[in-house]
Write a protein that binds this ligand. Structure first.
Ligand code: UGA
Length: 472
C-alpha cells in the first residue's frame, strides 16, 4: 500500500448507503474529506444526491445537504468510478439474517469487497464496517487476492461501527471508541488520519486483531441485549412479588459498575441490529463449540420475545380474556422512538398479533406510519393520537415517543369507550393517567397486587392467567 497520507488527505468511498453508509459518508464529509457514496439502488442514489434521506434520522438531512452543496459529498451507482478516485474504501452494506437460519447473510459484504478489490486502480485500504460473524474478515482477505488487478495492493482491516439509530449523526461524529482490527502500522496511520478529529477530541482507539474487532461489535450488542433481558426477567419477579422494576432500575443504576442505561423494562428490544446480531452470534458460537455463549444468548432472545407475549396477555387480561371485535389503539410502531424503522418492531408484532386474534387495531406513530403500513397493510392507521384513541376499549403504548408521555390523559379518556391503557414501555406518568380515570397496566409493576376475583376467573386459558389463578 502506498503512503497516501503524505501526498493528500485520504479520499473516501463508502459502499452501501443505508443507515450506516449514508451517515458515515456525511460524517466523513463533515470531517473535511472528499467522499463518494455508492449504492446499487438508483432511486436511493438520486435521493441522496439531492440531499434527501430516504429514512427518518434526526440531523442527517441537514448534514447531507450541507456537504452535497459544498461538493465534498456525492453519490453514484458507479462503484468503479468511486473506487478509482478514492484511497480508503468503507464497506457499509447490510448483513441481514438468512431466511432459513440464524446465520448472517454475507453475500452483500462478499460482493462489495470483491468488487472494490477488482475496481482498484491504485493501492487502497479496504475498511469493513458492516457487522459480521467472527472469522469473516480473514475469509474476505483471501477472497480479494485473486480479484486484485496486477501491480495493485490492498489491505483489508475491520473498523466496526457502534452508531444508534436516532442518534446516528452524533454517534458517528463523536464515537465512544474507535476500533481498528488487523491494521498494519501504515494502515493504522491512515485510519488515524481519517479519524483525526474524534481522536484529537479524546476518543480512545483500540487497535486489535481482526477477530477481536469483529467480536467487539457483536459482544457490545449482545451485552446491551442481555442487559435489557435481565431487567425484563427482574420485571417478571416484580409482578409476582409486588415490587417496582423502575425503582429497582434506578437504584441499580447508581452503581457505576452497572449503570442506568438499557435497564428500561418493557416490551423489549427489536430493530435491525440487536435481534439479528444476537442470533448470528448464537449461531456462530455454536459453530465454534462455544455452547455456554450460545445458550446464554438463546435465553436472552427467549426472554425478549416473551415480553411481547406478556403484553398480549396483559391486554387480554384488561379486556376480559378476549380481544375479538374490541377496538384497540396501538401508540407506536417504530422499534424505538426517533426513527421510522419498523424492522422487527415489537410494537408492530403485538399490534399484528392482536389483529389476528380479531381485534380492530388502529396504529399511530409520529414517524413510522408509512413504513409500518408497508409491512402490515391490514392494520388500521391514524394520523394522530386522538383519532387512534377515539372509541377504543384499550390503548397500548408500545414505543416511548415523548408525544405519548406528554399527551393529556383527561382529554384522551373522554374519547375512549373504556379508559384502559397498557404502558408497554413504562413511559407514561402513571399517576396522572390514573387520576384522569385510566386503569393503567405496566410491565414490572404489581399489576395484580389486589386481584379481583372476577378478573382472576377471566384469566383461565392463558399461561400467565393460570399462574395467577394458582396464586389467587
Ligand atoms: C444498536 C446499538 O445500540 C448500537 O450501538 C449499534 O451500533 C447498533 O445496534 C447496530 O448494531 O448497528 P439500535 O439498533 O439503533 O442500536 O437500537 P438501540 O438504541 O440499541 O435499541 C434497541 C432496542 O432495545 C429498541 O427496541 C429499544 O426500544 C430497546 N431497549 C433499549 C429497551 O427495551 N430497553 C432499554 O433500556 C433500552
Amino acid at each position: 500500500m502506498t503512503d497516501h497520507t503524505t501526498v493528500h488527505a485520504p479520499r473516501i468511498s463508502v459502499i452501501g448507503t443505508g443507515y450506516l453508509g449514508a451517515t458515515h459518508a456525511a460524517a466523513m464529509a463533515e470531517m473535511g474529506f472528499d467522499v463518494v457514496g455508492v449504492d446499487t439502488d438508483p432511486a436511493k442514489v438520486e435521493a441522496l444526491s439531492h440531499g434527501d434521506v430516504p429514512f427518518f434520522e434526526p440531523g442527517l438531512p441537514e448534514l447531507l445537504q450541507r456537504h452535497v452543496e459544498t461538493g465534498r459529498l456525492r453519490f453514484t451507482t458507479d462503484l468503479a468510478d468511486a473506487v478509482a478516485v478514492s484511497d480508503v474504501h468503507f464497506i457499509c452494506v447490510g448483513t441481514p439474517q438468512q431466511t432459513t437460519s440464524f446465520a448472517a447473510n454475507l453475500s452483500y459484504v462478499e460482493e462489495a469487497t470483491r468488487s472494490v478489490a477488482a475496481a482498484l486502480t491504485h493501492d487502497g485500504l479496504i475498511v469493513g464496517k458492516s457487522t459480521v460473524p467472527v472469522g469473516t474478515a480473514a475469509r474476505l482477505r483471501s477472497l480479494i487476492v485473486p480479484a486484485l488487478p496486477e501491480q495493485v495492493h490492498a489491505e483489508l482491516v475491520w473498523n466496526p461501527e457502534f452508531l444508534r439509530e436516532g442518534k446516528a449523526v452524533d454517534d458517528t461524529l463523536h464515537p465512544d471508541r474507535i476500533v481498528f482490527g488487523g491494521a498494519s502500522a501504515e494502515a493504522e496511520a491512515l485510519l488515524r488520519a481519517v479519524y483525526a478529529l474524534p481522536i484529537a477530541a479524546g476518543t480512545p482507539v483500540v487497535a486489535c486483531d481482526l477477530p477481536t474487532a469483529e467480536l467487539v461489535k457483536v459482544s457490545a450488542n449482545a451485552f446491551l441485549a442481555t442487559k435489557i433481558s435481565f431487567i425484563n426477567a427482574i420485571s417478571e419477579i416484580c409482578e409476582a412479588a409486588d415490587a417496582d422494576v423502575e425503582q429497582i432500575a434506578e437504584a441499580l443504576g447508581y452503581d457505576a459498575r452497572i449503570g442506568r442505561q438499557f435497564l428500561n423494562a418493557g416490551l423489549g428490544f427489536g430493530g435491525g441490529c440487536l435481534p439479528k446480531d444476537i442470533r448470528a452470534l448464537m449461531h456462530r458460537s455454536a459453530e465454534l463449540g462455544a455452547f455456554s455463549a450460545a445458550s446464554l444468548l438463546q435465553q436472552v432472545d427467549e426472554i425478549n420475545m416473551g415480553q411481547r407475549q406478556r403484553v398480549i396477555d396483559t391486554t387480554l387480561d384488561a379486556l376480559g380474556g378476549s380481544v375479538l371485535n374490541r377496538r384497540i389503539a396501538v401508540l407506536g410502531a417504530a422499534f424505538k422512538p426517533h426513527t421510522d424503522d419498523v424492522r422487527d418492531s415489537p410494537a408492530l408484532n403485538v399490534a399484528a398479533a392482536l389483529h389476528l386474534r380479531g381485534a380492530q387495531v388502529v396504529v399511530y406513530d409520529p414517524e413510522a406510519g408509512t413504513t409500518a403500513k408497508r409491512v402490515y397493510p391490514t392494520l388500521g392507521y391514524a394520523e394522530d393520537v386522538e383519532t387512534a384513541v377515539r372509541g377504543t376499549d384499550a390503548v397500548l403504548v408500545l414505543t416511548e415517543w415523548p408525544e405519548f408521555a406528554e399527551a393529556d390523559p383527561a382529554a384522551l379518556a373522554r374519547l375512549t369507550r373504556g379508559a384502559q391503557v397498557i404502558d408497554g414501555r413504562n413511559c407514561l406518568p402513571a399517576e396522572e393517567w390514573e387520576e384522569a380515570g385510566w386503569t393503567v397496566s405496566r410491565l414490572g409493576h404489581a399489576r395484580f397486587s389486589a386481584p379481583q376475583p372476577e378478573r382472576v376467573l377471566r384469566s383461565v386459558g392463558t399461561a400467565s392467567r393460570g399462574r395467577l389463578l394458582v396464586d389467587a
